[in-house]
Design a protein around this ligand. Structure first.
Ligand code: PEP
Length: 256
């Protein structure tokens, strides 16, 4: 983490879990801890149906609410989809884009992800955009090339003034929901490569302002070590974010 130049963010990705009533209860428990956690911004990425309850429960707190996906069009004949302006109208501040589960089960490519990132920025949402390699790519030593290519595609055409609004989540696919975590050195190496790639396009000032999260089986036991690395500015936490006490423990780990 480097709090001088960028925000530390601890984000929980609930995936397809929790009802509005459970959301309200979770945020009530989280609220006093988030109020004390001045060292990080707390974000909850909740299912669409929980968004109104989450925004209401998080009003006047230091907890920000994110959607887990959005469509790139503003409106139109896209049955079952939700647009950025719709999310904004609810008071949502962040949106996860290109999670590996969206890529794996719903065919999202880097090009689609890039379109969604621009659509999010244009309506004032902060994208949390996910990148990361498969185990096969890591074993073939292709991790850095793959992630660099993803970053170049996703940032292509982004206005320099918007660069710092983008949060990048480095999520090695093999570490998501598997209990296998990247080592702190692996997470930092890829975080550094991501920042270097942004620096090549936009220059050092923009690159150092971007928050880069690590995601992949982060939990209270391993968070401290990961978050101590210079290019790991926070976490995107799946499984361990479903339990408010575990999530608070990860937030505490960011206080160093
Ligand atoms: C995720 O869903 O982005 C994630 C990192 O999940 P988990 O922490 O369960 O691996």
């Amino acid at each position: 983490m480097n709090r001088r130049y960028r925000k530390t963010i601890i984000a929980g990705n609930w995936k397809m879990n929790k009802t509005p009533a459970e959301t309200k209860e979770f945020i009530a428990q989280l609220k006093p801890h988030a109020a004390r956690a001045k060292w990080c911004e707390t974000v909850l990425c909740v299912p669409y149906i929980d968004l109104p309850a989450a925004v209401k429960a998080a009003k006047n707190t230091r907890v920000f609410i994110a959607a887990q996906n959005m469509h790139h069009a503003e409106s139109g004949a896209y049955t079952g989809e939700v647009s950025g302006p719709m999310l904004c109208s609810l008071g949502v501040k962040y949106v996860v884009i290109g999670h590996s589960e969206r890529r794996q089960y719903f065919g999202e490519t880097d090009e689609i992800v890039a379109q969604k990132v621009k659509a999010a920025l244009s309506c004032g949402l902060r994208p949390i955009v996910c990148v990361g390699e498969s185990m096969a790519q890591r074993e073939k030593n292709l991790t850095l090339d793959h992630v660099r290519m993803q970053i170049k595609t996703i940032f292509f055409g982004v206005d320099p003034k918007d660069v710092k609004k983008i949060v990048v989540a480095y999520e090695p696919i093999w570490a998501i929901g598997t209990g296998k975590t990247a080592t702190a050195e692996q997470a930092d190496e890829v975080g550094r490569a991501i920042r270097e790639c942004i620096r090549e396009i936009y220059g050092a000032r923009h690159a150092r302002s971007v928050t880069i999260l690590y995601g992949g089986s982060m939990n209270p036991q391993n968070a401290g070590e990961l978050l101590a690395m210079p290019d790991v500015d926070g976490g995107l936490i799946g499984g361990a974010s479903l339990d408010w006490e575990k999530f608070v423990d990860v937030m505490e780990s960011a206080n160093q």
